[in-house]
Ligand binder design. Sequence first.
Ligand code: ARG
Length: 469
Amino acid sequence: MANDTSNTTKTSNKMWGGRFSAGPDAIMEAINASISFDKRMAAQDIAGSRAHAAMLAATGIIKTNDAEAIREGLLTVLSEIEGGTFEYSAALEDIHMNVEARLKEVIGEPAGRLHTGRSRNDQVATDFKLWVRDQFDAAEESLLALIRALLAQAEAGADWVMPGFTHLQTAQPVTWGHHMMAYVEMFGRDLSRMRDARARMNECPLGAAALAGTSFPIDRDATAKALGFDRPSANSLDAVSDRDFALEFLGAASICAMHLSRFAEELVIWSSAQFRFVALSDRFSTGSSIMPQKKNPDAAELIRAKIGRIFGANVALMMVMKGLPLAYSKDMQEDKEQVFDAADNLMLALAAMEGMVRDMTGNRENLAAAAGSGFSTATDLADWLVRVLGLPFRDAHHITGSLVGVAEAQGCDLPDLTLDQMQAAHAGITEGVFDVLGVDNSVNSRMSYGGTAPAQVRAQIARWKEVLE
Ligand code: ARG
C-alpha cells in the first residue's frame, strides 16, 4: 500500500513516535513517505543490515544469538520481498523502517537491537551507494558490449569510403571504420569515467551513524569489507551528507548519453531515403500505420529523446544538494527517483544502441558514391599543388577554390575536369593530379597517426582489441 495515503494514521509512528502524541496528517505522510520508490533498495538495505548485525555480534555489542535471529529474520524478509508477498506501508515511511518493522513481527524483541550504533542517515547512504555501485558495473558491461559492436562494424568496413562532414557539409572522404572508431573513443572515455567514479565512491558510510559517529565500539572496517567497500569513509559528517557518488554517476551518464544522442542523430539522418548510408534492421525499426513504405528509426529517436531525462536528473540533484548545510537534510531523499530514472534510461539506451549497431548494414555503394561527390577531394588537390609544385598553401587553396567554381558551374565534380581546364587555373598542373582526386587515394594518403587511412584504422582496432582483453 505504498501509495495509499487516503486514511490518516491515527497512532504515532511506531519506529520513532515516542515523543509524539498524534500521527501525521495524510498530506504529511504523502510528502514524507519514500517507500513507493526506495523499495528498489530492499536488497541493499538487507545486505547492509546483515553486515551491521554480524559486526555488532563480533564486537560483543549484541549477543550472538540475537544476531543469529536477526540474520535469519532478515533472510525471511528478503524472501518475502522477492516473492512479492511483502506488504509495504507508507505509514512506515521508507524501506529501512518497513524492513525493520517486519523483522520485529518475524523475530520479536531481538529486532530492536539491530539499530544499535546506526542511524537511517548512514543506512540510506550505504544502501544508495550499493545501488549506485551496481549501476556503475551495469553501465560498464553495457558500454563494453556497445564498444564490441562498434569494433565489429569498424573491422567489416575499415576501408569503405564515405563522406566526412563538418557543418554537415561534405568535407573530406573518410572511412566507415574511422567513423565507427570515433564512437569507440567516446564510449571508451565513458567507460573510463565510470570506472574512475566507481573507484572513488567505494568507501562505506555505515557506522557514521546520525552524523557524529557512535559511542559503541563498532568495527567499521569489518562492515566496509563485508559490503565490498575498499574502506570506511573517513569523516562521519561527510559520510551521511555526501551524494557525490550519485552526481558522478549522473555526470558520467550525462556525457555518455550525449554521445548516444549524437550517434542516434546520425543514424536517423543516415537511414533516411535522402542519405541511405545505412539500413537499420527490422528488429530495431517500426512501421507506419498509414504509410506502407515507412521504416522508422524509432529506437534512435527515442534514445535521442530519453537523454533529456538523464541531463534533467543531473541538474535536479545538483539543485537538491546545492543549498544544504551539513549534515543530513530530508531534501536528500529526493536523490533516488532521479538516479533510478536516469539509470534505467541509460541502460535502455545503451542496450538499444548496441542492438542497432550490431544489426545495422552500411550501404557500401551509397557511401562510396556520396564520398566522391561535393568536391570532397578539394583539399587533396590543394595539397598536391603544395607538394608537387611547391606552391604556398594559401595560393594552392585559392587555385583549388577557382577550380571548384569551374566544376560547380559545369555541374560536375573535380575529377571530371579536363587537364586543359586545370592548367587554365595553374599552368604547372600535370596529369598526375588526377591520382589524388580519387577518393580511395585520398583516404589512403591520410596516414598520420589517428588519421582515416584504413591502415591507421586497423591499427586502432587492434589496439582496442588488446585493451579489451
Ligand atoms: N528515507 C530517508 C531518505 O531517503 C531515510 C533517511 C531518513 N533520515 C532522517 N533523518 N529522517 O533520505
